[in-house]
Design a protein around this ligand. Structure first.
Ligand code: PNS
Length: 163
């Protein structure tokens, strides 16, 4: 039984995240999507951790081997707690590489029994990010097709759209 962790802030989950989760769910027996309570990037999240967990759970409800949970600890501690041996992250353009490389190195140093595996983004989501989605929706633009339908609804409720 191989269990993987797909961690992130997911503020909110995009179709790029979902694509990586679906592909991880094809490789591993089980995938735990781990939603970080507090983002490590500047600024507070738009959605509370409960809202982010709910949106991610709805968007992955069709995947029988995927579960979603919040976390507020070191990632390697959560991996040990849920018996996951692999951390799966998506890689988009080279701009992601340095930060992801640093996190992978530090996680390996913290626990060398846990591997980091990168899944390369499909070209259509290469430049997609949660921040870009929030910026577009915040200015009234449409993010349909860039985020799961349930996330689109929440974004419209929270930020408005097509004003
Ligand atoms: O969506 P993101 O910003 O890429 O997610 C980053 C996340 C949540 C995976 C990362 O910040 C994280 O693992 N936080 C937990 C704290 C931790 O374990 N830090 C040590 C590795 S740098």
């Amino acid at each position: 039984m191989k269990r993987a962790l797909c961690p992130g802030t997911f503020d909110p989950m995009t179709n790029g995240h979902l694509d990586v989760i679906v592909r991880a769910a094809c490789i591993f027996d089980e995938v735990v999507v781990a939603v970080a309570t507090s983002p490590d990037k500047g600024g507070g999240p738009l959605f509370s951790v409960d809202e982010r967990v709910r949106m991610a759970s709805e968007a992955t409800a069709h995947l029988s081997n995927v579960s979603v949970r919040p976390f507020d600890s070191l990632l390697v501690d959560l991996a040990r707690q849920v018996h996951a041996t692999v951390i799966v992250k998506g890689l988009r353009a080279v701009t992601d590489f340095e930060r992801e490389f640093q996190m992978a190195q530090l996680n390996y140093r913290l626990d060398d029994a846990i591997e980091t595996l990168f899944i390369v983004s499909v070209p259509e989501y290469m430049y997609l990010s949660s921040s870009a989605v929030k910026q577009i929706a915040g200015h009234g633009g449409s993010v349909e097709g860039l985020v799961p339908a349930n996330v689109n609804e929440r974004l419209v409720e929270r930020l408005g759209q097509g004003r």
